[in-house]
Design a protein. Structure first.
Length: 391
């Protein structure tokens, strides 16, 4: 049974320019990304040419300043772009979100000279970025990372260690790497911009994952990787704070991607339920399924409203970390529930690769894990409510 074309989402957009942008993205998503998504995910193929197209179309630096090649779009618009891309293929939506995350340290904390030298190529020159915080022994407890950067006689930094779970590991053109330059804990960490072809940098074989197979996730070994001090981003010891503030925004990207996947699953479920007949009528006529569809749609709208609230706070220069954690938690849990229900609505066919519902369900799962698991989001939210835990 063919997929029905997805229904346009009722979006609140601030300007006509934003409306045109969303329709350009929908066009690219439906023409260039969605048709090959299932096959390429199955084959584990990363669509590099799509990222080149997005870069050429000005879509890889949307939330950053125009001065260095960004699109200067508010977060509320950028996130809705991500949602459209993720609905077509999560590997692309999440890839753009990770690229934006990887560009953050330089865009927000680099010097003018560093920004002028590197940002134009990162935001619109076809380069692809990766963000390197996690390590084999430090995931949720990211401040315990062990990768070391040692400065040689006041000259270059030499970085040694292993990063884990790196999205775009092995194919990125630049890596934003958090490494230990001082004391144990969060205050001894510094951020560096490492070129993808640096000597001593080598990726492991990508992980074999449950879903999101087109997006390479790999360990990255740094064996004496040498970078000049001009590639240090922010002050020494400021790297963890930079990494966390990047994640506040990155989590909104994950929330938007989750709503994109959930919307795609709802569209597939509605399409199937209105065509499939049992007991002499479309299964969408049975109240049991109608109510499931209504609940799915309601949860999606609530998730979209929550990530947009956080984005609008951010756009207004107000604190948004609590709402970003809530949006990540709620939207990714919503994606898990909605995609699971979509499989149920498709019955036996939902469990086969002939329909996209099972892929959406596998993809939704990873969104509850990346950029801080949903347990960690609850810890962040609770800290805003009740203060830090006693040690
Ligand atoms: C596909 C994929 C892509 C990724 N991409 C990147 C990337 O580009 N860059 C990057 O740096 N990282 C990346 N990650 C890593 C990701 O951020 C981590 O997997 C995540 O932060 C969890 O860390 P962990 O896997 O080590 O789990 P752990 O931290 O070992 O956690 C295991 C379990 O314990 C729970 N837990 C841990 N501490 C607590 C606590 N205090 N209270 C309650 N529960 C707790 C967790 O929620 C989880 O359920 C990626 C991961 C995946 C799977």
């Amino acid at each position: 049974m063919p997929d029905r074309a997805p229904q346009p989402v009722d979006r609140q957009l601030p300007t006509d320019e934003a409306r045109d942008l969303i329709s350009l993205v929908r066009d690219i998503a439906q023409r260039e990304i969605a048709p090959s998504a299932a096959e390429e995910e199955d084959a584990g193929r990363f669509p590099r040419e799509v990222f080149t197209l997005l870069s050429d179309s000005g879509l890889l630096g949307l939330p950053y300043d125009a001065e260095f090649g960004g699109g200067e779009q508010p977060y509320e618009v950028y996130l809705q772009v991500l949602e459209e891309l993720a609905a077509a293929r999560l590997t692309v939506g999440l890839g753009v979100s990770v690229h934006t995350l990887a560009s953050y340290a330089l865009a927000a904390h680099g010097t003018k000279e560093q920004q002028a030298e590197h940002l134009p190529a990162m935001l619109g020159g076809g380069l692809l970025g990766a963000y390197c915080l996690s390590e084999p022994t430090s995931g949720s407890d990211a401040a315990s990372l062990r990768t070391k950067a040692v400065r040689e006689n006041g000259g270059d930094w030499v970085i040694t260690g292993t990063k884990a779970w790196i999205t775009h590991g092995g194919i990125a053109d630049f890596y934003t790497v958090m490494a230990r330059t001082g004391e144990d804990g969060p205050r001894g960490i510094t951020a560096f911009l490492v070129p993808g072809d640096a000597e001593g940098l080598s990726p492991a074989v990508p992980e074999k994952k449950m879903g999101l197979k087109g997006s390479p996730t790999a360990q990255l070994h740094l064996d004496g990787v040498r970078v000049p001090d001009t590639r240090r981003l922010g002050d020494e010891g400021q790297g963890f704070a930079i990494a966390l503030s990047a994640l506040d925004s990155g989590r909104l990207g994950i929330a938007a991607c989750a709503i994109g996947v959930a919307q795609a699953a709802l569209d597939a479920a509605v399409s199937y339920a209105t065509e499939r007949r049992q007991f002499g009528k479309p299964i969408a006529d049975f109240q049991g399924l109608r109510f499931m569809l209504a609940d799915m749609a309601t949860q999606i709208e609530a998730g979209r409203a929550l990530y947009l609230t956080a984005a609008r706070l951010r756009d207004a220069g107000l604190p948004f970390a609590k709402q970003a954690a809530m949006a990540k938690l709620h939207c990714t849990d919503t994606a898990m529930r909605v995609t699971t229900d979509a499989v149920q609505i498709l019955g036996g066919y939902g469990y086969t690769a002939d329909f996209p519902a099972e892929r959406y369900m596998r993809e939704a799962k990873v969104l509850q894990i990346v950029e801080g698991t949903n347990q960690i989001q609850r810890m962040v939210i609770a800290r805003h409510l009740a203060g830090p835990e006693e040690r």
